[in-house]
Write a protein that binds this ligand. Structure first.
Ligand SMILES: Cc1ncc(COP(=O)(O)O)c(C=O)c1O
Length: 221
């Protein structure tokens, strides 16, 4: 993804990013498409923003695009589609490239925002990571969410979202209402770990370990 510093907003974990994105993008009466089965904490963030939730099934290749298209024809006020594109929870499937491209084309056509929860993007066994939906086909309306929870530890409460300037402005104003100051010490500590390449080394070691002993689906749930 090509981003400027101003397009990245650090949050207390991806859960805060989801909450802020939901409240920045949605009004009461709007609809959000969510995955079925899916991630309950994300559903709760959208429900809190008073959005209507519409479930789209997930098969072996990710969210079913035909169902997305059908909903878009029936509901004029679909403002967002929430997806976990790489390692879907709880199924673990990856959204395939064709569907990712189709989703970007639909988002550009209908103007809805793709909210991508890429919570463990850094863990992959192929030489290159799976491309985020927001870096494909001139994606215009997106909120990309990442987290340090899986890379290092959930207790850090460091996550981030990336989006356009207007969404970043809205989430900045919302966050000021609930949180007057960032966790400066923790952010500086994590920054140091990234700069010293400690995080990179840790990722290499853990990926190797996961490759040798892959977790089962039941371990992950
Ligand atoms: C689908 C999904 N998104 C995000 C997260 C990480 O949340 P957070 O960054 O708030 O700790 C998790 C953690 O289990 C998850 O399963």
């Amino acid at each position: 993804m090509r981003l400027s510093n101003e397009q990245v907003f650090i949050t207390r974990g991806s859960q805060m990013a989801m909450f802020l994105a939901a409240h920045a993008l949605l009004q009461p009466g709007d609809h959000v498409l969510i995955e079925n089965p899916g991630y309950k904490p994300a559903r709760e963030a959208f429900t809190h923003a008073c959005a209507g939730l519409l479930s789209v099934n997930v098969d072996a290749h990710g969210i079913v695009i035909d169902e997305v298209t059908a909903y878009l024809k029936d509901y004029p006020n679909i403002k967002a589609v929430y997806i976990i594109p790489r390692h879907q929870f709880p199924t673990t499937v990856t959204l395939n490239l064709r569907r990712r491209m189709e989703l970007v084309a639909l988002s550009n056509l209908y103007g809805f925002t793709t909210i991508q929860d890429d919570y463990d993007h850094e863990f992959h066994y192929s030489p290159r990571p799976v491309t985020p939906v927001s870096s494909l086909g001139r994606a215009r309306n997106y909120v990309y969410i990442g987290s340090m929870s899986k890379i290092v530890a959930p207790a850090l409460r460091i996550g981030y979202l990336a989006s356009c300037a207007s969404v970043i402005d809205k989430v900045t104003n919302l966050r000021k209402i609930i949180d007057v100051q960032i966790d400066f010490m923790m952010e500086q500590t994590v920054f140091q770990l990234i700069q010293d390449r400690e995080v990179r080394r840790h990722l290499k070691r853990t990926t190797l370990l996961l490759y040798l002993q892959p977790p089962t689906v039941t371990d992950q749930i």
